[in-house]
Each structure stands twice: as C-alpha cells, then as structure tokens.
Design a protein around this ligand. Structure first.
Ligand code: PLP
Length: 396
C-alpha cells in the first residue's frame, strides 16, 4: 500500500516520546523526577468537574454547532473583551478541540500549498509540522538567549519573501518562557500589514505570566483584521485532557475555521464545552491559586540552578525553563555514556539520575534541555540536586 507524502516529512511528537519513557520507568518501580511534563500536575478544579457531571446528567451529550455552543462563544468573547479591551462577540470566537485545532484550522485557512510560514525559534515542536501538514513550508527564524529569546522583528522581516503567507507568534513562549512586550508585538503587526501577511498567535499561556509587573498583550487586539489568536482551557484550568480551546479572529476567518471543523471533526466534546463554561464563569480563583504555585516553583527552581551556577534565561511565563547544557557536551557520564548533544544528555540524565527533561533540539534549541516545573516543590528540590550531582560527575 502507498501512503501520502506527508507521512514521511511530518515528525512524531518529541514530547510524547519522553512521556512514554518516563511511564516505562515508573511502571518498573523507579522514582523519576519528572521535569518533562507539558501539562499542569493539578487536578481539574471541582467546580469544573461538577459542571461536567451535571451536563452529562442533563443529557447535554449530543452534537452541538460545529463552532461551539453559543453561550460558550459569547462567554469567551466577553472574557477577551474584559481582559484585553477589545470589542468582539460570539461570532468572533470558534470553540475547538484544544488550541491545537484552532491553530491548525486558522493556518489551513490562510496557507496555500508551498507557501511559506515564518516560525520564530526555539518553538513549540508542533508548529513546523503543522505548517507541513497544511501543505506549507516552515521558515525558521532564530531568537537568541542573549536577548532573552525576544522576537527580532527585523530578522523576521528579512525572512519574508513573495511566498510568505503568515507568521506564527507564541507569547508566553514554550519552551523559552519569554513574554514579548507590546512594542515587539506591535512591530510584528506592522510588518504583517506592510507585507499583507496573516499572524497566528498562540496565547495558551496568557494566564500564566509569572513575572511581577508584566502583562499579557493579545495580538488580536493590535491587528484584528489579520491576527488570529488561540487560547485554551488546558493550562489555565488544568484541563489538558478535556481538549477545549478557543480561536478569536475576524468573523470571516472564524467562519472558515468553522467550515473546516464541520467537515472534519465537528464540534469539540459537548461535556467539555459545559465544563469550560463553568471554568470561565467560576474557575478563576482556582486558576489564580495554581498560578501562584507555579510562581513559587519557578522561584525555587531558579534559586537552586543559580546556586549551582547553571546557565538559563529566567522564564517570565509558562511553566518551562530552558537550561543551557553546552558545557557538558563532549563529556562522558559516570555511567560511561557519551554526551554528544542535548539528546544524549537527556538520555543519560534519565538513565543515571532519574531526572526526566525534554531535549532542546526538537524545539530548535540545540544544546539546551527543557525543564518543566509542573511538579511538586519536593521533586524540584530533589530532582535539581540529582541533576547537579549528574553534571558534576561528567568527565571530559
Ligand atoms: N501551544 C503551545 C505553545 C503548547 O505548549 C501547547 C501544549 O503543550 C498547545 C498549544 C496545545 O494546547 P491545547 O491543549 O489547548 O491543544
């Protein structure tokens, strides 16, 4: 049998591979300090779970409109209006199977075959693959640790060609933890206007800004005629498995997304939609509590890494930190493993120190590994101690 060409060019998810290896170790009875997780470790808050039970009991288990139930679209529009000072209604909102589907649908609506999409790196592993799935060509533009991984608008502009159709922006950023200021975001929108480009803005960590004094700016507010912003319940309300996200864009773009959903998956799970409604109306105290805990964990992890003299850029948002491991590349671990790159570093660290991290290469951050602080403070203390012992044992 012959399979389509994309099956050999689209990569499997690197983060899911780490999850599988950690699971194997845990099942074998090994205690693993898991800094590999890409999701909050908290249970979904009770008000949200209760709303889901109620929806099931009330029989809200049938198909809904493809773009979501009107109450939820409206509630999310009101949320965006009140948080970010815009003026949208439910027709500007599409409810999706996680932000992932919103991003993909938005991309499909603007990307013709062989058109180029600019992806600043380091980036979430999915963007380049998603662009390929949409028939496009990802064009990677590097952001640098020396500049706090903030977007370089000039570098993006020099990557624009007559085939460029869109730019993907992600702030707060996975994996760097960088939060872009308003000025940078305005620069991106102006550049998009100059070259008639679409901007797809991934804002799933909008409620997870960890730095005092920083605020989230939604790109949609800066250029509503050409920006599509994706949001999610996944990280804000610890609802990753419920698969519930939102896209906000101009009504035409949202209608194209709706058409794609209607002819592929139909609506996001009906029960999850009612749960999300409860999250928006009653879940913000829980969200704030989880965010405060992420701030404490971030501070703890940074303190421990600072004490050990490790190199990284302090994350301003998300629950991720990119650790520079280039000093140990070329060495050999106490267990005799050769550290050739960030991938072998991560492998040896898991095997010999029971610390799970995700290698940076799949995020286009070679020489780095991503540490997640979506785990307990006890695990952060013990896991960083184990990491430090591991690197001290590496011989050149
Ligand atoms: N965007 C980024 C940057 C992410 O890190 C993730 C999940 O890890 C997603 C999107 C996916 O979000 P969702 O669960 O809403 O599909």
């Amino acid at each position: 049998m012959r399979y389509a060409g994309w099956t050999s060019v689209v990569e499997p998810s690197a983060t899911l591979t780490v999850v599988a290896r950690v699971r194997q170790k845990v099942e074998a009875g090994v205690k693993v300090f898991n800094f590999g997780a890409g999701e909050p470790d908290f249970p979904t808050p009770k008000v949200i779970r209760d709303a889901a039970h109620k929806a099931i009991e009330e029989g809200k288990t049938r198909y809904t409109p493809a773009a979501g139930i009107p109450q939820l679209r409206q509630a999310f529009a009101e949320r965006v209006n009140s948080l970010y000072g815009v003026d949208v209604d439910g027709e500007n909102v599409v409810v999706t199977v996680g932000a992932k589907q919103a991003l993909y649908a938005a991309l499909r609506a603007v990307c013709e075959p062989n058109m180029e999409v600019i992806v600043p790196t380091p980036c979430w592993v999915t963007y380049p693959e998603m662009v390929k799935l949409a028939g496009g060509v990802p064009v990677l533009v590097e952001t640098k640790a020396e500049n706090g991984y903030v977007l370089d608008v000039e570098a993006i502009e020099s990557a624009v060609t007559e085939r460029t159709c869109a730019v993907i922006v992600n702030s707060p950023n996975n994996p760097t933890g960088a939060v872009y200021g308003r000025e940078v975001l305005e620069g991106v929108v102006e550049l998009a206007r100059r070259h008639n480009l679409a901007v797809i803005s991934d804002e799933v960590y909008d409620r997870l800004i960890l730095e005092e004094g920083l605020e989230h700016t939604t790109l949609f507010a800066l250029g509503r005629e050409r920006v599509f912003s994706a949001f999610s319940c996944s990280k804000t309300y610890a609802m990753t498995g419920w698969r519930l996200g939102f896209g906000v864009g101009n009504k035409e773009w949202v209608r194209y997304c709706e058409r794609l959903l209607a002819q592929s998956t139909s609506n996001a799970c009906s029960v999850s939609q009612y749960a999300a409604l409860a999250a928006l109306l009653e879940g913000d105290e829980d969200a704030a509590r989880m965010r405060r805990e992420f701030i404490r964990r971030r501070n703890l992890m940074c303190r421990l890494l600072d004490k050990a003299g490790m190199r990284y850029v302090r994350p301003q948002g998300t629950f991720f930190l990119l650790l520079d491991v280039r000093d140990w590349i070329g060495g050999r671990s106490a267990g005799g493993m050769e550290i050739k790159d960030d991938e072998t570093f991560a492998e040896a660290l898991l095997e010999e120190a029971s610390v799970a991290v995700v290698p940076g290469s799949p995020f286009h951050a070679a020489g780095r590994v991503r540490l997640s602080f979506a785990c307990s403070q006890e695990d952060i203390e013990a896991g960083i101690a184990s990491l430090v012992r591991f690197v001290e044992s590496i011989r050149r």
